[in-house]
Structure formats: structure tokens, C-alpha cells
Ligand binder design. Structure first.
Ligand code: 6PG
Length: 227
């Protein structure tokens, strides 16, 4: 369970996206000023996509950004449900981040091989400057699902039997996602209300197991929050 959550309540999903993109750009400036680069982990899903479209419209020091993915779906590279394709279309194709600084998960190789490959990428990247995550209606985050058992010492996992299609996926582990200077959750939509409630009550959900030392920023819209 996180020890310090900062909940940012916003009216609409659009406002969530605006506030989150502002936060990301600020974190990028700070990281680049202090350490010369910005290592950002992207999330899949519909809420993050809105954020990426806003980022794509702004001007930033793109040459110093390094992009990773929290999870990927085991589908062909050009499949429309790939998180990497969504990120490229909505964001990365629009800006000038050097291609060698964008680290896709090669999920087309299958869960085991891709998880093994990405392990080294993550090991070289840690700590991340910022990790973005969404949350599913069952409290999953990245491709870490309730009830799934993983070796907690690993940096990446091969995922089978995902309840959200496709069933085969690759995910960065809770341990590696927690090794970040900033963690930002993007949560919108009525179907998230129950999981949000459980999370706030301290239930053991995947979303509650990403535990960085720094505070956790949660941007949430009215629909997803029920007091
Ligand atoms: C995925 C995701 C997943 C997602 C949540 C929230 O690839 O499916 O990484 O963890 O972020 O399910 O998705 P929405 O924002 O679409 O509700």
C-alpha cells in the first residue's frame, strides 16, 4: 500500500488529461535540468491516450526524452491494440524523440522472450524519472492482475490468462514500476468506482502494490470517484 497518495479530483476526463500533461512536462523540465534526460514509462488504455495527444501538441526538449512501456499486449507489431502503436500514433510520431530512445516491448516474440528481452532494458533504465499508470475496473495496473502470482524479485513478467484481452501480455513488475522518482495514475470513468473505493479502503489490489518512496499523484475524474 502506498504511504502518501495525493488525490487530484477533477470534473472531467479532459481535465485529468490536461493536469497530467502539465505535470509530465514540469517533471521533464526538472529531470532534464538536474540529470540531462527524462526517462518516462507510458501506460496503455484510453485515459493515457488523451494525455499523449496533448503532449504531442506541445513543445519540449524531445531530444532528451527516453520512452518505455509499462506493459504490452502480445499481438503483431502493427496490431491496432498494441500499446506501442497507440503511443506512436497519438504522441511519438508527432514529436522528435530519437527512435533509439524509444523502447518498445517486443511482445510479438511471445510473453517469455519479450519479458526476458525487456528485463535488460529496464535494468539499464532504473530508476525511472516518471511512471504513468492507468487502472482497470478490477484494480489491475499495467498488466499486473488481481490473483496473478509473479516472482517479486523480477523486473519484468510474462503474463498469461489476462482477464482483459489479449490473454498473453508482458508487464514491468511492481518492484521496477516502484523504482521511480514520480508515479502518476490516470483514472477516469464510472466503471472504476468500485476499485477506487477498495483501493482507498486499503485492499490488496495490484494498483496498491506500486509503492515508490516518493508521494503518488492520482488524477481522477468525477465519474471514477464516489465518496
Ligand atoms: C493495458 C493497460 C491497462 C490500462 C487500464 C486502464 O494495456 O490494458 O496498460 O493497465 O492502463 O486497463 O485502461 P483505461 O484507461 O482504458 O480504462
Amino acid at each position: 500500500m502506498q504511504h502518501n497518495c495525493r488525490w487530484h479530483y477533477l470534473e472531467t476526463a479532459e481535465q485529468v488529461a490536461q493536469e497530467a500533461s502539465r505535470h509530465i512536462l514540469e517533471a521533464a523540465n526538472e529531470a532534464i535540468k538536474e540529470r540531462g534526460k527524462f526517462k518516462l514509462v507510458l501506460a496503455g488504455g484510453s485515459t493515457p491516450e488523451k494525455v499523449y495527444r496533448l503532449l504531442a501538441e506541445t513543445d519540449a526538449d524531445w531530444g532528451k526524452w527516453y520512452i518505455y512501456h509499462g506493459d504490452e499486449r502480445c499481438l503483431p507489431k502493427d496490431h491496432s491494440d498494441r500499446n506501442s502503436l497507440m503511443a506512436r500514433k497519438s504522441f511519438l510520431d508527432q514529436v522528435t524523440i530519437p527512435e533509439e530512445q524509444v523502447f518498445d516491448i517486443p511482445a510479438e516474440l511471445g510473453p517469455e522472450k519479450a519479458a526476458e528481452f525487456y528485463h535488460q532494458i529496464v535494468a539499464n533504465a532504473l530508476p525511472f524519472d516518471m511512471v504513468l499508470l492507468g487502472m482497470g475496473e478490477d484494480g489491475h495496473t499495467a498488466s499486473l492482475f488481481p490473483g496473478h502470482q509473479h516472482d517479486k524479485t523480477k523486473l519484468t513478467h510474462a503474463v498469461y490468462n489476462s482477464p482483459k484481452p489479449p490473454s498473453e501480455r508482458v508487464s514491468i513488475s511492481a518492484k521496477a514500476l516502484s523504482d521511480t522518482r514520480q508515479l502518476v495514475f490516470l483514472i477516469t470513468g464510472k466503471n472504476k468506482q468500485e476499485a477506487v473505493k477498495e483501493w482507498r479502503m486499503g485492499q490488496d489490489l495490484p494498483v496498491a502494490n506500486i509503492t515508490p518512496e516518493s508521494p503518488v499523484d492520482i488524477y481522477i475524474d468525477n465519474d471514477a470517484f464516489s465518496p
